[in-house]
Write a protein that binds this ligand. Structure first.
Ligand code: SAM
Length: 229
């Protein structure tokens, strides 16, 4: 399996995987271009009940994943040069630049939180990078981990066809993508913009660029491509 982009997912719910990764582009590439291993956090639980969590210090509702259990699980993977990411709504929002960097590395180790989250001492002690997939709260890190994996895997060389490199997509160059059209020529009385059927590639490119800029300025003025133009 050496040479593959390696993903290890630490989770209390390993049966959620490979889940969507049996399908489509990522599914076809699984085992060929990338590998996916799940690590069962429960196996590192304590005592007869394989306990992985405990009540929050200082009181309050919910449970917290124990630092010693999570550390033992992470350490069982040994040392390699893959980044270790903790899925967390408190993390840095994931963006396409980080996805590109991750996909051009050796792979990732993803830790899926549950309950109220993970004891801070293992986050600090194992130097985990906290990553959020958006400003909302999921019930667990597994779906967030799937989002990270999907975004990374599609960029691995050979996963997408050579005509779809991902280089002109939303967020590349700090811009959202231009709108798309395809046949029929007329849909409910609305025609495809004439420039797109003109055959003039320079004009098509210019139109796409200007649409891309306009939609970015309107919807995402925070993106770098919308500024200073
Ligand atoms: N108490 C936490 C808080 O308020 O920040 C929320 C915990 S959430 C119910 C349980 C787990 O889901 C988290 O530990 C994390 O692994 C995952 N999770 C939830 N929302 C997420 C998001 N937006 N991005 C990444 N992971 C998320």
């Amino acid at each position: 399996m050496s040479g593959l982009w390696r993903a290890s997912v630490i989770t209390l719910y390993p049966d959620m995987f490979p889940g969507p990764f049996t399908q489509a582009l990522a599914g076809r590439a699984l085992g060929e271009i990338w590998s996916l291993e799940t690590v069962r956090l429960r196996d590192f639980g304590l005592g007869k009940h394989k306990t992985v969590d405990d009540t929050p210090s200082g009181g309050g509702v919910g449970m917290v994943l124990r630092a010693d259990v999570v550390a033992a699980c992470l350490d069982s993977l040994g040392v390699d040069d893959r980044p270790r990411l903790l899925m967390s709504p408190r993390g840095k929002p994931l963006n396409q630049a980080r996805v590109r960097a991750l996909s051009s590395g050796p792979g990732v180790i993803l830790l899926c939180g549950r309950f109220e989250g993970v004891d801070q001492r293992v986050i600090d002690g194992r130097n985990l990078e906290e990553v959020s997939i958006g400003d909302y709260v999921l019930s667990g890190g597994e779906i967030a981990a799937m989002a990270v994996l999907d975004a990374c895997v599609r960029l691995l060389p050979g996963v997408m066809g050579k005509d779809a490199s991902g280089e002109n997509e939303s967020f590349e160059g700090g811009l959202l993508e231009h709108p798309h059209y395809t046949r029929p020529q007329s849909f409910e009385g609305v025609e495809i913009p004439a420039v797109l059927t003109s055959g003039d590639h320079a004009k098509v490119e210019a139109w796409r660029r200007s649409e891309s800029l306009a939609v970015t300025k309107q919807r995402r003025p925070d993106l770098s491509g919308a500024k200073d133009r």
